[in-house]
Design a binder for this molecule. Structure first.
Ligand SMILES: [Zn+2]
Length: 195
């Protein structure tokens, strides 16, 4: 019976991951990629467990995922937000600077859940996050492809950040100017005698 139990558990885990991703409005193709479930079964999950009312609690995303990711690093604010997600991906071993692109993801329930955890942490820790689940997925895929954006670690503050591979000169660490602004004081004030 062990084989049957294992198969049942594996099946249940795939469904649970699919449900978790549906709650984040993941696209069918992304769910299929990570869970190995067929489009038909994913569609049945949507219709069985989620309502499609006017309030649109869970929207079903159709079509292809967005592929052009440079908007995610267009402004310092967006670069910082994307950077938070990238650091979560690195900490969870979903991407690697030293050993790109990182572990194989297709059909991995464990890594799929880890990706969901990264995304859930991201929306908890970033004030007013703009990154959607699909953009987060797309960002990770682009980093793993390595042809559009690169990932670098700042020598000064050790923050990992993204840069446009085609842009010259390469953009600086987005965290360091912020740190300087927060910690620097006018030199006159610093030099003034106490009291
Ligand atoms: Zn830095």
């Amino acid at each position: 019976m062990r084989t049957t139990d294992d198969r049942y558990r594996g099946e249940r885990e795939r469904f649970e991951l699919a449900m978790r991703m549906i709650r984040h409005e993941a696209r069918t193709g992304t769910i299929r990629y990570l869970t190995g479930l067929s489009d038909d079964r994913i569609r049945k999950l949507y219709t069985s467990y989620f309502k499609f009312d006017a309030q649109g609690e869970v929207k079903r995303r159709r079509g292809k995922t967005p592929t052009q990711i440079t908007p995610l690093i267009r402004t310092p604010a967006r670069t910082l937000e994307s950077g938070v997600f990238v650091n979560l991906l690195l900490a969870n071993g979903l991407i690697s600077i030293e050993d790109p692109p990182g572990p194989a993801l297709r059909g991995s329930i464990e890594l799929g859940n880890r990706f969901c955890e990264c995304y859930e942490t991201h929306v908890r820790v970033v004030p007013k996050p703009t990154l959607s689940f699909e953009w987060a997925w797309n960002l990770m895929s682009a980093i793993r492809r390595g042809d559009e954006i690169g990932i670098s670690r700042c020598d000064r503050c050790a923050t990992a950040f993204l840069y446009d591979q085609l842009a010259l000169p390469r953009s600086p660490c987005p965290a360091c100017p912020t740190l300087r602004a927060c910690t620097s004081k006018p030199s006159a004030e610093a030099a003034a005698p106490a009291g």
